[in-house]
Design a protein around this ligand. Structure first.
Ligand code: ZN
Length: 245
């Protein structure tokens, strides 16, 4: 014979279990994995435990250099010229010396000119070279990229050195020029010269248009006949369009 109390008892037990589970969930709701502090700061989100030196919008001192190191970009802190004009100030100046290639052949890409750059720009340049430009050149030319000649990077001047004109992105360390590429097998390619690397360098140059706001090179104008220039200058009133020539 069925006990008439069994069904209500079962219902009570089920409800009690549900309440226990719900209260446990409320106290310990499922949380996404903890993000590194660097990501929280970059996304403009407050850190879980704010440190005295960090705010939601200002990255901690040394954050950019630490980010470069994590990306395989070798750089050292540099000193801003104390006499530089106000329009020629570099935000967090660094000197680049090498970039680790993410191509199959891997290896370090030397930057013997040790360009002086703003740290954030150095990060964009290093990431583009390491993850896109070097693998592309290696795939097209059959040997890892070993060296890029860049010139000094920072240069307090106007665009194309015109007597009166807009300040160049070089003046804030947010531009760089490349005129000579050396592969691990010893082959050397100069920008603007015909030869086996011309197509590969043109493809590399086009890939830069996805990373920078300005990409110029041979054919764009006489000032860029023998080097590729990339920068992150904002163009136009909205600052939203890009120059890719
Ligand atoms: Zn330039």
């Amino acid at each position: 014979m069925r006990n008439p109390m069994v069904q209500p008892l079962k219902a009570c037990l089920v409800m009690a279990l549900a309440l226990i589970v719900m209260s446990a969930s409320a106290e310990n709701p499922p949380m996404p994995p903890e993000r590194p502090a660097a990501f929280r700061l970059r996304a403009g989100m407050p850190a879980a435990t704010p440190s005295p030196s960090a705010s939601a919008l200002v990255p901690e001192k040394g954050y950019c250099l630490a980010m470069l190191a994590r990306l395989g970009i070798e750089a050292a802190p540099a000193v801003q010229d104390p006499n530089a004009r106000p329009q020629c100030q570099i935000r967090e100046p660094v000197r680049l010396s090498s970039i680790r290639s993410k191509a199959r052949g891997g290896g370090l890409i030397r930057l013997p000119d040790n360009p002086l750059l703003a740290c954030a720009f150095a990060s964009a340049f290093g990431e583009w070279i390491g993850s896109t430009a070097a693998p592309l050149l290696e795939a097209r030319l059959g040997s890892p990229l070993a060296e890029i000649r860049t010139g000094p990077g920072y240069d307090c001047r106007t665009i194309n050195r015109s007597a009166s004109g807009k300040t160049s992105a070089h003046a804030t360390g947010e531009a760089i020029d490349m005129d000579r590429f050396t592969l691990a097998d010893g082959r050397v390619f100069l920008v603007g010269t015909a030869g086996e690397a011309a197509d590969a360098l043109a493809a590399m140059r086009r890939s830069g248009c996805g990373w920078f706001t300005t990409v110029l090179g041979p054919g764009a104008d006489p000032a860029h006949a023998s080097h590729i220039h990339v920068d992150v200058m904002r163009h136009g009133k909205s600052g939203s369009y890009r120059i890719c020539q």
